[in-house]
Write a protein that binds this ligand. Structure first.
Ligand SMILES: [Co+2]
Length: 353
């Protein structure tokens, strides 16, 4: 998952030439460190340079750009230590990985201690997110949020699942404004008007719990608040069609219909996933209209995590770090994620009270 030729090629040249057309002094540097400069530009400034982008339509917000100078990959990002007594998931210590856990259909035995452990992991992830939300303020850095999340998780005897997952260097993902998913916590300070997704996964007693939601920083404009409200509704629409014997494709249909109706596009690049002893596995949950086969079965647990984007282009490109996914045209995006457990008679969201 490190930066590859494929990722570099994915940087849209049109966007790049626009950025390079900026007189450097006009790009506000919200943070200058000895190592890197975080660059953000106001959406209105983009409009000045390239009216066809229609940035005004998307509202007023800071656009997140890759820090300069570019550093490829994330191997330079320091990882916080985890106390030795905390049990790591197998991917962190590959030598111990005797089995990848992907055998079978991933269903858990309902009513067993498997279900209890799964629910405990889900509940802890939810608590972590509640705690993180109390710390979201103008001026806080996303790395400060990461530090608090890391601390909270290890204090509760769990491991922050993203840390070391395919080389990811932090305990959580923080995705601001035009960042769709997989933003890496760093020393950029949250701006008044930012919208922020925090995505938390914990590994507790052998099970992963995964949830994310949006947070508003200071005064968020009307367009940003509407995007978040509709994303919340889209997730609920997806949850509402879940149950034993229901087709998986009904989730994508429900989400896509709502997004269409409210004028947003749905990313088809990022999917929900089966979860339990394994972080990501089948069933893969598509959030866009699709015709994939498959029916939901009791004992299956999976995430639904729709990512909605302003306007009609839901595509993304990846920053040189190899992880951070921005919308191609720097429109804002919002995402929300819950874990759904299919029971004998219905479906239960286990990442909320
Ligand atoms: Co997830």
């Amino acid at each position: 998952m490190f930066a590859s030729w494929r990722a570099i090629r994915a940087i849209p040249t049109r966007l790049f030439s626009r950025q390079l057309a900026f007189p450097r002094a006009s790009v506000p540097l919200n943070r200058v460190s000895s190592r890197q400069r975080h660059r953000t530009i106001a959406s209105s400034e983009v409009d000045d340079v390239s009216p066809e982008l229609g940035a005004d339509f998307f509202g007023t917000y800071s656009i997140i750009l890759p820090p300069e100078p570019f550093v490829f990959g994330v191997s330079h990002v320091p990882q916080r230590p985890v106390p030795p007594h905390i049990v790591r998931p197998p991917y962190v210590t590959p030598a111990d990985d005797q089995s990848n856990g992907l055998s079978g259909d991933g269903r858990i035995q309902l009513g067993s201690c498997e279900e209890r452990k799964l629910r405990q992991a889900a509940r802890l992830a939810q608590r972590v997110l509640d705690h993180a939300g109390t710390l979201v303020k103008v001026g806080t850095t996303t790395d400060q949020l990461d530090a608090a999340i890391h601390e909270y998780i290890v204090t509760h005897s769990a491991y922050p699942s993203p840390l070391g997952y395919s080389g990811f260097p932090k305990a959580c993902c923080t995705s601001v404004n035009n960042i769709m998913v997989h933003g890496i916590p760093d020393d950029r300070r949250l701006d008044d008007g930012d919208i922020l997704n925090i995505d938390v996964t914990v590994y507790l007693n052998g099970y992963h719990g995964d949830t994310s939601r949006m947070f508003l920083v200071g005064n968020v404009d009307e367009a940003g608040r509407d995007l978040i409200a509709v994303t919340d509704m889209a997730l609920e629409a997806g949850i509402a069609v879940c149950g034993p014997g229901q087709p998986f494709k009904s989730i994508g249909r429900a989400i896509h219909e709502l997004a269409d109706f409210r004028g947003y596009s749905v990313s088809s690049q990022f999917t929900g996933h089966g979860i339990g002893e394994v972080f990501h596995r089948s069933p893969w949950i598509l959030h866009h209209r699709n015709d994939e086969p498959g029916l939901m079965l009791p004992g299956q647990c999976f995430t639904i995590e729709p990512c909605l984007v302003q306007g009609t282009n839901p595509r993304s490109w990846i920053f040189p770090d190899g992880w951070t996914a921005s919308t191609e045209n720097c429109a804002r995006s919002a995402q929300k994620e819950h874990m759904v457990l299919i029971t004998e008679h219905g479906a239960e969201v286990i990442t909320r009270d």
